[in-house]
Design a protein around this ligand. Structure first.
Ligand code: GDP
Ligand code: IMO
Ligand code: MG
Length: 486
């Protein structure tokens, strides 16, 4: 029996609670997230009102986990922690550009296409229609699961409506990036070169191939030829043999046939049967094709809208959105980064936080927390509660800054700028906090963080206007400080 839809009203925002899934990880503690009806509230307010307003989030049927910055916030870790509490973990967007890391008992797992709940061995992992699927990468991930002894037979479902990423999409991605580097200024995006942009472009151009097409061998070659010809006109040197490709994909289609489902029917039937569903976002809101720092974005809706279009689940079936935000900011690839630190503090964040891409190994650009961007992504996703991750990475700093406002031509901006011309000419206003200079990695309750650290967390809650329910204090599954139950 599921009581309400957090999406339906601001009122509903107050109705949060505990995930018992977490109890398997942190003993008898539960998460209590706090949420108030006003956009801005004080940490004190959130504590006072918490007792009467909190309901157990564990009772929610459908919850989405979305990145609130420029990616790599630690989505995979929370999905893994909570994943045992859900029947279905569903990826809704992106492709193998994502790299979600999970660390269990010192062992590191990196997922690109596979939902991060796979380790629980009890749930079903769905790759939704909004995902673009590179089949060789899927096979590599399955191999790796085999090697690690993770049982997945019967547990992985692939949407028949998901589009296929071909190797030539990846080649086109690289060629586009090379072209963009030519000329007076480098206009390359710094993509992961996983073929994401070209694959979504093929989908929008209505010439792409879908996973379900692999079930119809007699028409596949012609479809591939049509798609390849489109790209060959732009890049004549591109070497694609449609017949050979079709033969390969027909074989691969047979290998994955047992996993292919009508995912829209699958997820909605599961919903009707009362199954609990966790939606795993990939990439992040500041990389969203509509809302991100365009054109320095990925090619899908990496915010809550992508959960709906990427799974065929109606908005009022989603009970709440959990926002994942790092305690500082990182970004991989090119594009605006107003709070970036190109100095020794940024270098220290990179070294301590191991800020190197999970997918490409590239060093991540690092900087202070940007609450202007966070307020903006909260507006788009209406987060019920946040997981502030990697707070431990800041533990050694003497002082810590938070970006609180953007100024352009001497005026504070009241919304997130859409154009590069503005973004490239803003100055950031900061608040400065003393560091806590102590190890927080063993702390399991948010209230037990050192005073200076708690002050930082509560100021972030105020500035973003959203409660923080979890604080990441280390990479491991167990390294999470949660709000104490009242
Ligand atoms: P995702 O793409 O959002 O799932 O994030 P990534 O896995 O790409 O990047 C997050 C990185 O930080 C991974 O290496 C995680 O193991 C690590 N991580 C996650 N949470 C924490 C945390 O609270 N503290 C520390 N030190 N590392 C964390
Ligand atoms: P997760 O899910 C960080 C970035 C790329 C590049 C831009 C476009 O691990 O958080 P693309 O290959 O998607 O065309 O690249 O988007 N990007 C990510 N950055 N984490 C990700 O995913 C990303 N997915 C894409 O670095 O700047
Ligand atoms: Mg990542």
């Amino acid at each position: 029996m599921y009581t309400r839809r957090l999406f339906q009203s601001r009122q509903g925002c107050a109705q949060l609670g505990a995930f018992s899934g977490l109890q398997t990880v942190v003993g008898d503690s539960s998460l209590y997230g706090l949420c108030l009806q006003s956009r801005y509230f004080s940490g004190e307010d959130s504590k006072k009102r918490g007792g009467s307003l909190i309901k157990k989030l564990e009772q929610e049927q459908v919850v989405a986990v979305m990145g609130g910055q420029w990616g790599d916030e630690g989505k995979g870790k929370l999905v893994d922690i909570l994943g045992g509490n859900y029947d279905i973990i569903a990826r809704c967007a992106g492709g193998s550009n994502a790299g979600h890391t999970v660390v269990v008992e010192g062992k590191k797992y990196a997922f690109h296409l596979m939902p991060s709940g796979i380790l629980h061995q009890t749930n079903t992992c769905l790759i939704g229609n909004g995902v673009v699927l590179h089949i060789p990468t899927l096979f590599r991930e399955l191999d790796s699961l085999d090697k690690q002894g993770i049982k997945y037979e019967g547990r992985i479902k692939l949407s028949d409506r998901a589009h296929v990423v071909f190797d030539f999409h990846q080649e086109v991605d690289a060629l586009q990036e090379e072209d963009a580097k030519k000329g007076a200024s480098d206009k390359s995006i710094g993509t992961t070169k996983k073929g994401i942009g070209p694959a979504y472009a093929s989908k929008i151009n209505r010439i792409g191939i879908r996973v379900g097409d692999l079930r119809f061998p007699e028409t596949l070659e012609a479809k591939i030829a049509n798609l390849a010809n489109y790209y060959k006109k732009i890049y004549p040197a591109l070497n694609v043999d449609p017949k050979a490709e079709a033969e390969k994909y027909i074989e691969w289609g047979k290998k994955i046939d047992h996993m292919i489902v009508d995912s829209v029917d699958y997820i909605n039937r599961a919903y009707d049967a009362g199954k609990k569903i966790m939606i795993e976002g990939a990439n992040a809101t500041m990389l969203d094709i509509d809302f991100g720092t365009w054109p320095y974005v990925t090619s899908s809706n990496a915010s809550i809208g992508g959960a709906i279009t990427g799974l065929g689940i109606a908005p009022n079936k989603i009970d709440g959105v959990i926002g994942i935000m790092k305690a500082y900011t990182t970004r991989v690839g090119a594009g605006p980064f107003p709070t970036e630190l190109t100095n020794e503090i940024g270098d220290k964040m990179r070294a301590v936080g191991h800020e190197y891409g999970t997918t490409t190994g590239r060093p991540r650009r690092c900087g202070w927390l940007d609450t202007v961007a966070m307020r903006y992504t909260h507006k788009i996703n209406n987060f019920a509660t946040l997981n502030l991750t990697k707070l431990d990475v800041l533990s050694d700093l003497d002082e810590i800054k938070i970006g609180v406002a953007y100024k352009h031509n001497g005026k504070v901006l009241d919304s997130y700028p859409s154009s590069l011309e503005v973004l490239n000419n803003i100055t950031v206003e900061y608040e400065t906090f003393p560091g806590w200079k102590s190890d927080i990695s063993k702390i399991r309750f948010l209230e037990e963080l050192p005073a200076a650290c708690l002050k930082y967390v509560e100021r972030v809650e105020e500035l973003v206007g959203c409660p923080i329910g979890w604080v990441g204090v280390g990479p491991g599954r167990e390294a999470m400080a949660v709000r104490k139950p009242e």
